[in-house]
Each structure stands twice: as structure tokens, then as C-alpha cells.
Design a protein. Structure first.
Length: 211
């Protein structure tokens, strides 16, 4: 059996991992991503993939990255993002005040040190969860403001890669993996993880001598 045949399961391994992600591509563990790319890059080299065969796809990725970068200079968007974060900070402060009041009420009449510690520890854990949820909701609002600006371009990456795979058989394994990954992109964080995946694959492909 050839080396190419023995390494083919890496395609299935990556696609199975990605399909199993429950909350978008951003939950793809970065250590697993790098380990997969470390095997997949050389496999693509063995398939004789050259990056110029998927140049339009890679250029499209860079164009989307540029669109996201432009949002940093968009004063209107930055203003809206600041409003969202400011509201989140206010909500956090209110939650902290409420937690302090709740602790005071629960501590009323308590004099045993272990009871006091238990109440404070429990309240602290509850507050941490509340604060995390507040920030998560704020981050979701921010993402709903920005992601629609790139969503169509992200989806259109699939036909670009499919076209490359139709022209060059060596691009087919990359198309199989990245198409599954694109289906999991539903936020800017997901797109960032997609870029990390692609860049890691290309890096290991080039490290193996690929062009």
C-alpha cells in the first residue's frame, strides 16, 4: 500500500471532527487543528497540489480578511460596538450590586464562619456565570452587526474551491475538508478559525516542499 493510501484517512478524520462540532467552527480545538494540518499538508503535497491551483480561493480569503479589517476604521460601526460594550459593562455593574445585596441579606443573622464562607463562595460563582453570560450576549450582538458583511463572501468560497477541484484532481481533498469547514462558519470567530485552519494546512504543505 502506498504512503498516499495510508494517509488518506486524514481527510475523513478532519471532516468527521468538524461535522461533530456543536457550536460552530470556533470550537475546533486549536491543538487538534494543528495536528490535523500537520498531517494534511504533506498529504496534499503527495497529491501534487500547488497553491496556484487554488489561487482564486486563497485570494478570496484575503479579500474577506480585508473587509473585516476595514470594519476597524468604520466609525459608525465602532460607535455601535462601543454602545453595545458600554451597555454590557453597565449590566455587569448592576449584576455585581445585586449580588452584594443578596449576600448581605443572606448573611443577616449568620455568625458561623463556615456558613458565611459558603454563602460568599456560592454567590461569587453565580456572579461569575452571570458576568460571562452578559459578555457573551454582548459579543453575539457585535457579531450580528459585523458577520452579515462577510457572510455571502464566505458561502461563495465553496463554489470557488469546487471549481478548482473540478479542474485539478489534486485540489479535491482540500475541497472536501474546507467545504465542510465553511458549512460551520456562522460568525466572525468561526471565520477566524477557518483562516487558521487554511493557513496551517498551507504552512505544512509548503514545509513539505509544496509550492
Amino acid at each position: 500500500m502506498s504512503q498516499i493510501d495510508t494517509q488518506k484517512p486524514i481527510v475523513d478524520q478532519i471532516t468527521t471532527t468538524i461535522k461533530g462540532l456543536k457550536d460552530g467552527l470556533k470550537t475546533y480545538p486549536i491543538r487538534d487543528l494543528v495536528k490535523h494540518a500537520e498531517k494534511f499538508g504533506p498529504y496534499l503535497k503527495q497529491q501534487r497540489l500547488e497553491t496556484n491551483q487554488v489561487r482564486k480561493f486563497l485570494d478570496a480569503i484575503n479579500q474577506i480578511k480585508a473587509i473585516l479589517a476595514q470594519q476597524d476604521d468604520d466609525k459608525e460601526i465602532q460607535k455601535e460596538l462601543e454602545i453595545i460594550q458600554k451597555q454590557a459593562e453597565n449590566d455587569k455593574q448592576e449584576a455585581a450590586r445585586k449580588s452584594e445585596n443578596d449576600i448581605s441579606q443572606k448573611l443577616n443573622g449568620k455568625d458561623k464562619e463556615e456558613e458565611i464562607k459558603k454563602i460568599k463562595d456560592s454567590a461569587e460563582q453565580e456572579l461569575i456565570i452571570i458576568l460571562k453570560n452578559i459578555q457573551k450576549q454582548a459579543d453575539n450582538k457585535k457579531d450580528k452587526l459585523i458577520f452579515p458583511k462577510i457572510e455571502a463572501d464566505v458561502v461563495l468560497l465553496k463554489p470557488k474551491l469546487a471549481y478548482a477541484a473540478a479542474r485539478q484532481r489534486s485540489a479535491k481533498p482540500l475541497e472536501e475538508v474546507i467545504s465542510v469547514a465553511i458549512d460551520k462558519v456562522e460568525s466572525t470567530k468561526d471565520f477566524e478559525r477557518l483562516v487558521q485552519l487554511i493557513e496551517s494546512i498551507i504552512a505544512y504543505h509548503k514545509a513539505e516542499g509544496g509550492k
